[in-house]
Design a protein around this ligand. Structure first.
Ligand SMILES: [Zn+2]
Length: 478
């Protein structure tokens, strides 16, 4: 989430080479095997999740009223997969800010109860659009929301939980369409590192053309045995924040427009979007609806280019092996009173101030403060062809290189904003440098991640991947 009141394109601060440094093409193609067999059965379902009642939009703290109109509808989509052994799994994608554990937990419970699949077989993803509804299960009024508005927000969220569970159950129920899966990787040029170093204010939210970003666009193509396109799932690693806090209409931002464009270009096809390690990346430029649509068009065009090139794709075969774990990520020791007081005074640090105040409150009440946050992670292993990682949280781009170092960079798809979006997941570097992404947990707990969290994450993901059967030959030498 962003606290900025409005995006501020900074055309004049570009110094030196405006080189966009790709932190890694996380997914390298490999020699095409024989033509993939139709060793999958798939099921698709989609639902409009545009709020019918006025709701506060999520992501910018500056907003002071409910939404006013719809620029583009929001969708949730489900892709169910069944391999030749009958193992079923489902991917749920959403044009939403992010699902917290509190919201996602009951959705998963309903899906597992109705279908018998495991929690590990569910991948929950959000596009992190900042022009979608604020999600909360609390109907308590806030400083900005009266009781009736708070009730509307909670009612929307409860209804959403029902819709998401129903969608996954529907897709799993119709998982009978024979299909082939294949993968390709494209490029998104509008992805910009947003951690801008300044002379006197440290790292601020801005534009940093020399900062690391992941510009890869991994794509998963789903075709019928006769080659007919059924669905395409694609990803970019960039906040859906082209539209700013002054924009009060609903929209899926660039990811929503890209999906819409692909579906219009291929009638009957379902386009789905997942988000990569976008924690410290914004679209560039940003600030207008036209820019949002243009980024969507650029991403949609890239998918169109890949779809038009049969040589771009390599098979993704079964069997599918899924793993899921909740991992305790270490938090920093809670700051002392003096440090907390200073935090509350930091410029633009109102969210650090929130964490500081909450730590003070719990301390005063004699409550013990947590030393870790239990974060969910998933790994899906598709035969030897692909390892698909579902990270929780708003993960910064350094995790791409961290995971490539731990797992090897080949046949890797790294998604973030999955399962539980509790706050930013900063790297040790980002914590050392400071800046917005160090602001601490905003849902599900309280505290600031410790620098060691990145090592814990990389170790846990490598273990899950080994356990799921990622080939040892793909791992880097010890
Ligand atoms: Zn964010």
């Amino acid at each position: 989430m962003d606290l900025m009141t409005a995006p501020r394109p900074r055309w004049l601060v570009l110094a030196g080479l405006p080189a966009l440094i790709a932190a890694g093409f996380v997914w390298h193609g490999h020699a095409a095997k024989q033509e993939a067999r139709a060793d999958w059965q798939i099921g698709l379902a989609a639902a409009d999740i545009t709020p019918a009642e006025p709701v506060f939009l999520a992501g910018y703290a500056s907003r002071d009223r409910a939404h006013e109109g719809v620029a583009a509808p929001l969708h949730a989509k489900a892709l169910a997969l069944q391999d030749a052994d009958g193992h079923r799994a489902v991917i749920l994608t959403t044009d939403l800010i992010g699902l917290t554990a509190e919201v996602a937990g009951p959705v998963c419970e309903r899906i597992t109860a109705a279908t018998g699949i495991d929690r590990a077989d569910i991948l929950l993803s959000a596009s992190h659009t900042h022009t979608g509804p604020m999600l909360t299960l609390s109907a308590d009024p806030t400083t900005k929301m009266d009781a009736s508005q708070a009730t509307r927000q909670a009612a929307y969220t409860r209804d959403l939980q029902e819709k998401l569970a129903a969608l996954a159950i529907e897709a799993l129920g119709r998982c009978t369409q024979p299909a082939r899966l294949s993968q390709a990787t494209g490029l998104a040029a509008f992805v910009m590192n947003r951690r801008e170093p300044t002379a006197d204010r440290g790292v601020v939210l801005g534009v940093n053309p020399r900062g690391p970003v992941d510009r890869s666009v991994p794509a998963l193509r789903i075709t019928a045995p006769d080659g007919r396109l059924l669905a395409v799932l694609f990803q970019a690693a960039c906040h859906n924040t082209t539209l700013g806090g002054d924009f009060y209409r609903i929209s899926g931002d660039y990811a929503g427009y890209a999906q819409q464009m692909v579906e219009e270009a291929h009638p009957g096809v379902t386009a789905l979007f997942t988000l990569g390690c976008a924690g410290d990346a914004n679209p560039h430029p940003r600030g207008t609806l036209e820019m949002s649509e243009a980024h969507g068009r650029a991403l949609g065009d890239e998918i169109g280019r890949l779809l038009a090139d049969p040589d771009a794709w390599s098979p993704v075969s079964g069997p599918l092996t899924t793993r899921f774990a909740e991992v305790d990520l270490p938090l920093q020791p809670p700051p002392d009173g003096k440090a907390l007081a200073a935090m509350k005074l930091q410029p633009g640090g109102s969210w650090r101030g929130f964490v500081a105040s909450e730590i003070e409150r719990r301390r005063a009440a004699g409550e013990s403060l947590p030393t870790a946050y239990r974060a969910p992670f998933s790994v899906w292993q598709f035969s030897d062809d692909l390892t698909w990682i579902g990270l929780s949280g708003e993960v910064v781009v350094d995790y791409v290189t961290l995971l490539e170092s731990a797992l090897g960079g080949s046949r890797l798809w790294i998604s973030a904003y999955c399962h539980d979006v509790y706050g930013y997941l900063p790297s040790a570097r980002v914590l050392r440098e400071g800046g917005y992404e160090t602001r601490g947990l905003y849902a599900g707990g309280i505290g600031f991640f410790a620098p060691e969290a990145e090592t814990v994450v990389a170790g846990a993901i490598a273990r899950l991947a080994r356990d799921a059967g990622r080939p040892e030959s793909l791992f880097p030498p010890p």
